[in-house]
Write a protein that binds this ligand. Structure first.
Ligand code: SIN
Ligand code: FE2
Length: 213
């Protein structure tokens, strides 16, 4: 069991070549991060997007940054405007930018400046199937993925979809960084279990910070 009072920054775990779990890395700034999420959602509300195949995603999403990740019947892509409002996505919060750079640096990737932040909202019963993050212009930059709220089981596989998958329990404040040799590794989130988090209630949020353009 992890002692929540004492592991605000609980160390690093290697997940794969180029992939690291930073335990508790974001915990001390959780209030500011959640406030920034609320701010984004007030201007670009969470919505359930549709895959090119016509399935509605169970995870609700929104974005901030110069580019926002979207999916609809015409495909997966980044777009400067929220298709729902026609407005530019809200700017990347300084709290997200500094966390992204610090986490990337701690994982061995210096000078990471993201221009896109996908915000996922999970409720019990929702999941994200195994996928690769590959809609970015190039793969030279790492991915910084921040967990807030309810715990989840993260799956981290390999370059091929059929590669063996490691299961990692992610808790509030944990940050996963992957890049270099594992930049295109498959990953996903198993169906969220029911629960109640003191700061987020029956929800888990994930920030995925990327350099997309
Ligand atoms: C993602 O891959 O987009 C999100 C991963 C997570 O929620 O931990
Ligand atoms: Fe992803």
């Amino acid at each position: 069991m992890r002692l929540s009072l004492f592991d605000a920054d609980g160390g690093k775990e290697a997940l794969a070549p180029g992939a690291t779990v930073l335990r508790g890395f974001a915990r001390k700034r959780d209030i500011a991060l959640l406030a920034a999420i609320e701010d984004v959602a007030a201007r670009a509300p969470f919505r359930h997007m549709v895959t090119p195949g016509g399935f509605q995603m169970s995870v609700a999403m929104t974005n901030c940054g110069a580019a926002g990740w979207i999916t609809d019947r015409s495909g997966y892509r980044y777009q400067a405007h929220d298709p729902q409002s026609g407005l530019p996505w809200p700017a990347l919060s300084p709290a997200f930018l500094s966390l992204a750079d610090e986490a990337a640096t701690a994982a061995g990737f210096a000078n990471f400046v993201p221009d896109a932040c996908l915000i996922n909202r999970y409720e019990p019963g929702t999941k994200l199937s195994l996928h690769q993050d590959k809609d970015e212009a190039d793969y030279d930059h790492p991915i910084v993925s921040v967990s807030l709220g309810l715990p989840a089981t993260f799956q981290f596989g390999g370059q091929k979809r059929a590669d063996p998958v490691r299961k990692v329990a992610l808790e509030h404040g944990d940050v996963v960084v992957w890049g270099g040799p594992s930049r295109l590794f498959h990953h996903g989130v198993l169906t969220l279990k029911s629960g109640e988090h003191p700061l987020t209630g029956r929800r888990r949020f994930n920030l995925t910070l990327r350099k997309a353009l």
